[in-house]
Design a protein around this ligand. Structure first.
Ligand code: AMP
Length: 217
């Protein structure tokens, strides 16, 4: 099964994806992580990716699609896979479909995490991230045990540069446009799981694990 997880920043996508990886053994591919690691390499590709990412632009489709497909084709074809952050545009969705069709595979499930705008805005404004392992906390609803320190590895917690009200609004507006186009593209092609993300992470996780387990049988 190949699933895509969609949801605005602050909807808990990363948290839920980690649960699905750990509880269902899914291969988890987050395009942001893949591109950040390409960005860090001392190659021509790394330099190109760096230029786009550092300017806050999307990396060109031909690079992004190639990097993600590379990871997918290296894994066994029957490995359950969860894509996060990719596809982000209809052009990427089409390229992905084309490549998967050649391999006799397809996207089966689209998970949509739904939460009111004010909820995700609030979560992003109080989001704290570990500088070393990337674990995510919320200073109000899910604070770390020791203030300013990560529960997992004791790393320093920080607020992302782009988690300020103006940048949050800008990112959410871009996300909304891309999301609408993707939902239209996938409408009728895949099973669409709409999940209420305005609940505790544990409640959302239980529903997702149940739904995907049911899908597999
Ligand atoms: P994220 O971690 O998902 O917020 O992504 C961080 C950055 O990686 C974005 O600002 C883009 O520059 C790049 N990126 C992530 N996913 C994609 C994608 N599907 N297509 C193009 N660029 C992407």
């Amino acid at each position: 099964m190949i699933a895509i997880i969609l949801g605005p920043q602050g909807s808990g996508k990363g948290t839920q994806a980690a649960v699905l990886r750990d509880r269902l053994g899914m291969l988890y591919i987050a395009s942001g992580d893949v591109l950040r690691s390409a960005r860090a390499s001392d190659t021509e590709l790394g330099a190109v990716v760096r230029r786009y990412m550092d300017d806050g632009h999307l990396v060109p489709d031909e690079i992004t699609v190639r990097l993600i497909l590379d990871i997918m084709t290296k894994a066994p074809a029957d490995r359950d896979t969860l894509l996060d952050g990719f596809p982000r545009t209809v052009a990427q969705a089409e390229a992905l479909d084309e490549a998967l069709t050649e391999q006799g595979r397809r996207i089966e499930v689209l998970i949509e995490l739904i939460a009111p705008l004010e909820v995700v805005q609030g979560r992003l404004q109080s989001r704290l991230v570990c500088r070393t392992c990337g674990a995510v906390y919320n200073s109000i609803t899910a604070p770390p045990k020791v203030e300013g320190k990560c529960d997992v590895d004791g790393g320093e917690l920080y607020r992302r540069e782009d988690d300020n009200p103006d940048a949050i609004d800008r990112r959410l507006a871009i996300w909304e446009r891309q999301n609408t186009e993707l939902l239209e593209y996938y409408d009728g092609r895949v099973e669409h799981l709409r999940v209420d993300a305005d609940r505790t992470a544990a409640a959302v996780a239980d529903e997702l694990v149940d739904e995907l387990t049911r899908h597999k049988v």
